[in-house]
Design a protein around this ligand. Structure first.
Ligand code: GLA
Ligand code: ZN
Length: 677
């Protein structure tokens, strides 16, 4: 939804409060400047109190109250919480654990996405909802389900097993093809019939790697199909309504990039301080950049933004309370990375059920409080600059690849590597984040030819088509930067048998001829141009054919052997780093790219660090600056060219066109600079 406004809202549960309160809520919500509210994603038992009997009257009423104040609505389809009557009628909708136990219906997400009875019930409620609101202009779109897969539940019911076998049959055609692909001769697993195949049981690293990977793919596709079923119904009934779902950053359960192709725009649930009093803002920034890139046209929302202290969860303590300025800062961070909707979770803290301490903007008592006043000020601010923000786009010359297939291959071997997939991607990302360089976090299926630089950290698994694309990319002039353990596995999750990096030896002009795991307590360095750089996690000896050596190891028997190489390939370059990406390595990469003029940042900050992103408008730019630390910051910004500069939030201005701008920011404070050439 790219529109001439920023959607700003709250997740509201009117069904948790007496009707007498609804008017008060609508008034307060509107006074805070919110223009959208998400409703009903857990209200199945009220929308369909008994099989086939629908009651939308209460929802109509609250939509009406909100509409009176000019507030629009996103409706959740309620399938994340099947009602008790449905479980009573069809107990087989409950997911089955590997041990054969049905999950008890005591929390939520107690359904199997492949169960025919569940699919029927889903179709019925979604169709009824869509039909009822098809002509309601105040309903602008739907959120399908809620956090579709948490990533650690696997259903082993008879339907899932049957469909998995059918899925395999479609993929391999012939059982012998599957035997070959998996290498089932290992431990005597050669199958003679599809019905002999069982899904892998956790821990997956005890199972055949090909089978385990296909199971994760199948599971991801099952949820995508479940979403598609709902999306199709909504689109057929009301094609003008937008469709989204709330993702969770880069959770492993579903390939979010694939899933998002079915949406009008993705959204995600952002809780910076959940479980981490001292969280890393770069991690949050990276998840924004990833979700944005999942969107077909790069638009996305935050459907749940932390609004207060979080609840305890699975042994985690209750979260620390967001400090003054943090709620505002988190919203601006989302906008800085391209979000065009920011919705706080939740409006008011619930007094019963689970999540009694998952705080909303209002506390349990429903009174105006510090957090409310903060978002209200933000609402006023946003109203003034909303058009300017909505007219800009986040763009980047740098693509950072996040491959779900590589992630899954590493998760199947959980614990094999001291630095996990997400951490490695983050480490490289952070090098760019620290210098304020925009980054797109993209999937391997993206058309990445347009990026000047493509980073592929820990690209553990590659397919034939990806290998071809990477070569084409470099051949056409791209700069590819890869790190240790690139292309170790093929698409069947087997180690390449003709040398590493598998299928890419000619692209990198070198071969990995020796390697070692590097435990955290062992220190190792790489020397580049006389500069000592810290290596982490894994070391590889690279033996060049056509590549030039940029850096060498300084570690035991590897001392003096090639650690970093660069290879000219067609019009571009392929760089390989024989270590996992340490912070040091990430900094060095960014430094080298800037020094060589490959990346030309618009702004350089002198003094302290601030988060910085740039968004492009038709004839202006916006520079977002955020102070994530708890101390005052004083910086000087150096621009690559002279601009007329105006501070949109703090009101500073340059005198005429200038290359420099001075700025002070208090803890958690934000500034947006408006630049005109
Ligand atoms: C998630 C869910 C919400 C709520 C919050 C707080 O992100 O989508 O329904 O449970 O977390 O736990
Ligand atoms: Zn199942």
């Amino acid at each position: 939804m790219r529109e001439a406004r920023v959607w700003f809202g709250v997740d509201y549960y009117p069904e948790h409060w007496p009707k007498s309160r609804w008017k008060v809520d609508a008034k307060l919500i509107s006074k805070a400047g919110f223009n959208v509210v998400r409703l009903a994603e857990f209200a199945w038992c009220r929308l369909e109190p008994s099989p086939g009997r629908f009651d939308f009257s209460w929802l109509d009423e609250i939509i009406g109250e909100l509409a009176e104040k000019g507030i629009k609505v996103v409706l959740g389809t309620p399938t994340a919480a099947p009602p008790p009557w449905l479980v009573r009628l069809y107990p087989d909708i409950l997911p089955v654990s590997y041990q054969g136990h049905r999950m008890p219906p005591v929390a939520r997400r107690h359904y199997c996405p492949n169960n025919p009875n569940y699919l029927k019930a889903t179709e019925r409620i979604v169709r009824a909802l869509a039909e009822h609101y098809k002509d309601e202009p105040n309903v602008i779109g739907y959120q399908i389900d809620n956090e579709l897969s948490l990533g650690d539940e696997y259903c082993y019911c008879q339907h899932c097993i049957r469909l998995f076998r059918e899925w395999l049959k479609r993929k391999y055609g012939d059982i012998d093809e599957l035997n070959k692909a998996y290498g089932t001769i290992f431990w005597s697993h050669e199958y003679g019939d599809w019905t002999e195949i069982y899904p892998p049981a956790p821990p997956f690293d005890m199972c055949n790697r090909g089978l385990a990977l296909d199971w994760l793919r199948f599971r991801s596709e099952s949820f995508i199909k479940f979403l598609e079923l709902q999306a199709k119904i909504i689109r057929s009934v009301s094609p003008d309504k937008k469709i989204t779902t709330n993702l969770m950053g880069l959770f492993p359960g579903i390939d979010y990039y694939e899933l998002s192709r079915r949406l009008d725009f993705p959204s995600w649930d952002c809780y910076p301080k959940f479980c981490h009093a001292d969280y890393d803002p770069a991690w949050v920034a990276m998840l924004h950049d990833a979700t944005r890139c999942m969107g077909k046209d790069r638009s996305y929302w935050v459907m749940e933004l932390q609004a207060g202290p979080t609840d305890g969860y699975h042994g985690h303590p209750i979260g620390v309370t967001p400090e003054p300025g943090e709620l505002r800062k988190w919203a601006y961070q989302a906008i800085a990375h391209g979000a065009n909707g920011v919705v706080y979770f939740r409006w008011r803290t619930v007094c019963f059920g689970k999540e009694q301490y998952w705080h909303g903007i209002l506390n349990h008592d429903g009174e105006v409080n510090r957090r409310y006043l903060e978002v209200k000020c933000l609402g006023e601010e946003l109203r003034k600059i909303s058009d300017l923000i909505a007219g800009t786009k986040y763009q980047s010359d740098v693509g950072l690849m996040f491959s779900y297939e590589a992630l899954w291959a590493t998760l199947i071997e959980r614990g094999y590597y001291s630095m996990g997939y997400h951490d490695q991607v983050l480490s490289l990302y952070k090098g760019f984040w620290l210098r304020g360089i925009n980054v797109d976090v993209i999937s391997p299926n993206e058309n990445f030819m347009r990026y000047k630089v493509l980073l592929t950290p820990f690209l553990y698994l590659t397919s034939k088509s990806l290998i071809k694309k990477l070569k084409e990319y470099v051949h056409n002039g791209g700069i590819l930067i890869a790190t240790a353990r690139t292309s170790v596995k093929d698409e069947y999750n087997r180690v390449y048998s003709d040398g590493l990096p598998g299928g890419l030896i000619d692209l990198f002009g070198m071969k990995v001829t020796d390697y070692t795991y590097l435990p955290a307590e062992r220190k190792a360095n790489i020397v580049v141009d006389g500069k000592v750089i810290r290596a982490v996690g894994w070391l590889e000896e690279l033996t060049p054919s056509s590549a030039q050596v940029l850096g060498v190891h300084d570690y035991k028997w590897l001392k003096g052997k090639a650690a970093v190489t660069i290879n000219r390939y067609g019009k571009g370059y392929a760089v390989y780093i024989g270590s996992f990406p340490s912070t040091d390595i990430a900094n060095h990469i960014v430094g080298a790219l800037i020094k060589r003029g490959i990346i030309r940042p618009l702004v350089r900050i002198e003094g302290d660090h601030l988060e910085l992103t740039v968004k492009e408008g038709s004839d202006y730019k916006l520079v977002f600056l955020i102070n994530h630390e708890e101390r005052n910051k004083s910086v000087k910004l150096h621009f690559a060219k002279a601009f007329r500069i105006k501070g949109l939030l703090k009101g500073g201005t340059s005198h005429g066109k200038e290359n420099e701008y001075k700025l002070k920011l208090n803890p958690h404070d934000v500034e947006i600079l408006y630049l005109e050439e």
